[in-house]
Design a protein around this ligand. Structure first.
Ligand SMILES: *Cc1c(COP(=O)(O)O)cnc(C)c1O
Length: 396
């Protein structure tokens, strides 16, 4: 089977004899009972040679881990209670006092906040690099650099970097790369096969988004192909006690088979609406990597022309409108709800104060107030009418 989604849907599962249901059974445990002390001593949770304790894994978490590996093309996975916990797990496993981590300037905000908070307090330095300028990354890598975060597309401003080139720079210098792959979800591109033999070392994902698909679960994953890296991640995972709930595992297992279908639907609707927004003079700029003219479009086209894009885009509302008017625009939307996160059936909108997030103002962005849309699964015609009526009501 060539396509990952087919492999994922047909991923082997051994049901109880005579009960070959399409969905796997769900197992819950803190305690796992051993037949005797010898068996207890023989089992090794680190290498999945048996079950030892709920926190170390159950048949259900192992199955979800394997299916996520099938999706992303990795070989090892740890599950954590949120996407942010996945980022934290990577940082705490791979960094120590005196080390430095480089983070793209358009990274998911809490990644930077963690670096500025706990990592700094632990004596781990961080620097931001310009995700759209590989030379800037190359210049900032120092002998202390142990880890480089990557994100494609970047959060909120949606720039798509030259991911293979960034990975090449890190590899040439022997620096580990960790991709926040929430946007790509294992569908837009293959993180462990970026062409020219290039691959990220670690792929972290917020399963909260498309893998869950419901806006009702928080979970994260950290996937690698490297045994030694995985062992480090797993040991930290265990020492921090980052368990996930069986009900949440069940929900993600239930949602995964439809992920490619949903991703494509979110993508198509988002592109339709982003194109429509481009024609509206109230929006000075539309940021969607699949749209020609958007920052990094050529990099997106080189990597994702088959895989597509997530259902996210941002607009820069023209600077002639006040922040108050932009907030009124968001408030006037009826179908788009005001709320964080994305990947569920309901379309969401969030205005961002970009000046507080990115200083100086990125030269490739028009001045104005940024609004990010996460497109759900509603009929795109209704969403377009909603955007239209809210713009007419508030952006005059
Ligand atoms: C949402 C998100 C996260 C964090 O996921 P949570 O499960 O909400 O903690 C991390 N990275 C990116 C890019 C995200 O969009």
């Amino acid at each position: 089977m060539s396509e990952p989604i087919t492999h994922l849907i047909h991923h082997p599962y051994t049901p109880p004899p005579g009960f070959a249901a399409p969905q796997p059974g769900i197992f819950k445990a803190s305690t796992v009972i051993f037949p005797n002390v010898a068996a207890m001593l023989a089992r090794d949770w680190k290498h999945k040679s048996g079950y030892t304790y709920g926190l170390h894994g159950t048949p259900s978490t192992f199955l979800l881990e394997e299916r996520l590996c099938a999706l992303e093309g990795g070989t090892h996975c740890v599950l954590v209670p949120s996407g942010l916990a996945a980022i934290a797990n990577v940082n705490l496993a791979l960094l120590a006092a005196g080390d430095e981590v480089l983070i793209p300037d358009n990274a998911y905000g809490p990644n930077k906040a963690l670096a500025d908070g706990e990592l700094k307090a632990f004596g781990i330095r961080h620097r931001l690099y310009d995700a759209m300028n590989p030379a800037d990354l190359a210049a900032k890598i120092s002998p202390a650099t142990r880890l480089v975060w990557l994100e494609a597309a970047g959060s909120v401003t949606m720039e798509f970097p030259d991911l293979p080139q960034l990975v090449r720079i890190c590899r040439e210098r022997g620096v580990t790369t960790a991709l926040d792959n929430t946007w790509g979800a294992g569908l837009a591109f293959r993180p462990f096969d970026l062409g020219d033999g290039l691959a990220v070392d670690v792929s972290a994902q917020a399963l909260t988004k498309y893998p869950s698909g419901g806006g009702d679960v928080l979970m994260g994953s950290v996937i690698t192909r490297d045994d030694a890296l995985h062992l480090k991640l797993k040991l930290t995972h265990m020492r921090l006690g980052l368990g996930v709930g069986a009900n949440d595992v069940e929900t993600v297992l239930r949602s995964l088979p439809s992920i490619a279908l949903r991703y494509r639907a979110h993508d198509q609707a988002a592109r339709t609406l982003a194109r429509w927004c481009m024609q509206q003079p109230v929006f000075a700029q539309v940021l969607h990597p699949a749209l020609p003219g958007s920052p990094g479009h050529a990099h997106w086209a080189a990597l994702c022309s088959e895989g597509g894009a997530a259902g996210l885009f941002s607009v820069m509302v023209d600077a002639r409108f006040s922040t108050g008017q932009v907030h009124a625009f968001c408030d006037a939307l009826q179908l788009f709800k005001i709320g964080y996160s994305w990947g569920g059936p309901i379309s969401l909108v969030v205005p961002y104060d970009l000046a507080a997030m990115r200083a100086p103002w990125p030269p490739h962005l028009e001045r104005g107030t940024l609004v990010r849309f996460s497109i759900g699964l509603e009929d795109v015609r209704d969403l377009q009418l909603d955007l239209s009526q809210a713009a007419q009501a508030a952006l005059r």
